[in-house]
Design a protein around this ligand. Structure first.
Ligand code: GDP
Length: 458
């Protein structure tokens, strides 16, 4: 029972190594790890769907379920009980929204799937970027209810922005849950109407048709999540895979283990023993217990005293793993979210200026020289300025349209130079994809996404 309780607690900021968990020196399972981010409009049913899936797969103990059932009855929102499996804090329960990037996991036939949950509320897009920055694939949840799909998809809805964001953060494979289809009596016409609209849009957003799979389902009733359909109305016209099998078929991207170590830090916290811990994803390379690593951009040496993957201690971790690393030899105050642990010899580039090819989504006033933005680079958020507009490119062919344009409006593609207020660790996109992408935001809106093409002054 205890172990189950620990597994469904997604967000423990302090003491990530729980004394009640069994630790082993082996990597948890032989299955490939796949990191998935859940995206979609607020109220599309993301939390309910993932909660139900975890419960049906036996990832949640009866005791925990019972607790949530009782509590949800008490406040008269019984349907929320599944959502709570992912939302752990009282504040979120009262507000009925998922705020943080929580974590839970489950297994398919061939994979261990780690969920980076995404919040559905517009204010929380910076958190979603953190989740999406670590994701291999995404699950897009849309509400099939009449009128609801439309309000999530049309202007102001988050379906489009989330899909654009994950694509620009490098996610290329998508499972689409056409959810709450129970509200339409499993209508084939409604399913087709929704998938037709999404296909056109997702293609424009840069997803290949063959990398997107649509699944009719209901998170609330559990229909077509982990088992083939049982509803006669759905069986009439659907003979495709259930959501779990669709996720199982998603491809694990290549893990560049032979490249020099890059671990981007997304959390720093005091551990249980001596030293302190940093959490993050290994983008490149391998990390071993006992290794000397360089903390960048501050360039201080540290020693790796311990490693844990999904709450299990390990002597080694590889590119693609999301890990916690216990460090010694540096002051915790000198290690910040957004820093990178680097191979000490083949170091990560550190710079205040870089060139990027950006796609502009959404600006109220055109971008001109000096334009201030916040750049999001992995978990880092820094003020920056677009200091040069170098060229405007043809959106589909990438050919040069104009050198030194005066301004950049919506939907254009351009090469710009960006200056950040202090040195950060970046890579060219062609060298390390994950460290070669940036998002540009202004006043709470994502205005552009970019790929780093050159590093100006290292
Ligand atoms: P999120 O904001 O995307 O995480 O959405 P929630 O999971 O909180 O669900 C929003 C609302 O939709 C809640 O009232 C749920 O009970 C309801 N809901 C979720 N999934 C389904 C479903 O499959 N069918 C129906 N009919 N309602 C659902």
């Amino acid at each position: 029972e205890q172990a189950d309780e620990v597994r469904v607690t997604p967000k423990v900021k302090e003491n990530k190594l729980d004394p009640n968990t069994q630790y082993s020196n082996e990597r948890g399972s032989d299955k490939d790890h796949l990191y998935i981010v859940i995206i979609g409009h607020v109220d599309a049913g993301k939390s309910t769907l993932m909660g139900r899936l975890l419960c049906d797969l036996g990832e949640v103990s009866k005791k925990t379920l019972h607790k949530y059932e009782q509590e949800s009855k008490k406040i008269g929102k019984q349907s929320f009980m599944y959502a709570w499996v992912l939302d752990e804090t009282g504040e979120e329960r009262v507000r009925g929204i998922t705020m943080d990037v929580g974590r839970a996991q489950f297994e398919t036939k061939t994979k261990k799937v780690i969920i980076l949950d995404a919040p559905g509320h517009a204010d929380f897009i910076p958190n979603m970027i953190t989740g999406a920055g670590q994701a291999d694939v995404a699950l897009l949840v849309v509400d099939a209810t009449r009128g609801e799909f439309e309000s999530g998809f049309d202007l102001g809805g988050q379906t489009r922005e989330h899909a654009l964001l994950v694509r620009s953060l490098g996610v290329s494979q998508l499972a689409v849950a056409v959810n709450k289809l129970d509200t339409t009596n499993w209508s084939k016409e409604r399913f087709n109407e929704i998938t037709k609209k999404l296909k056109v849009f997702l293609k424009q957003a840069g997803f290949k048709d063959s990398d997107v799979t649509y699944v009719p389902c209901s998170g609330l009733t559990g229909e077509n999540l982990i088992k083939p359909p049982t509803e006669a109305e759905l069986l009439n016209w659907y003979d495709g895979p259930c959501l779990l099998d669709v996720i199982d078929k998603l491809k694990v991207p290549d893990r560049p283990v032979s490249k020099p170590l890059r671990l981007s830090i997304n959390d720093v916290y005091k551990g249980t023993g001596s030293g302190f811990c940093v959490a993050g994803r290994i983008e490149n390379g391998i990390i071993n217990k006992g290794d000397k690593v360089l903390v960048c951009p501050s360039k201080e040496m540290a020693e790796v005293r311990g490693i844990s993957i999904n709450e299990m201690s390990s002597n080694v971790a590889f590119a693609g793993d999301q890990v916690s690393v216990t460090l010694s030899g540096v002051d915790m105050q000198n290690v910040l979210i957004g820093y990178v642990l680097s191979d000490p010899v083949q170091q990560v580039p550190v710079t205040t200026r870089f060139e990027a090819r950006i796609v502009v989504f959404n600006v109220k006033v055109p971008i001109t020289k000096g334009f201030p933005v916040l750049i999001h680079h992995q978990s880092l958020v820094e003020p920056a300025n677009i200091i040069k507009l170098k060229s405007l490119l043809n959106k589909s062919t990438g050919e040069l349209l104009k050198k030194n344009p005066r301004c950049l409006g919506n939907n254009c593609v351009a090469v710009v130079e960006i200056e950040v207020s202090r040195p950060i660790c970046v890579e060219k996109y062609k060298d390390v994809k994950e460290l070669g992408r940036v998002m540009l935001r202004v006043g709470g809106t994502t205005i552009a996404a970019g790929l780093i093409t050159d590093i100006v002054n290292t």
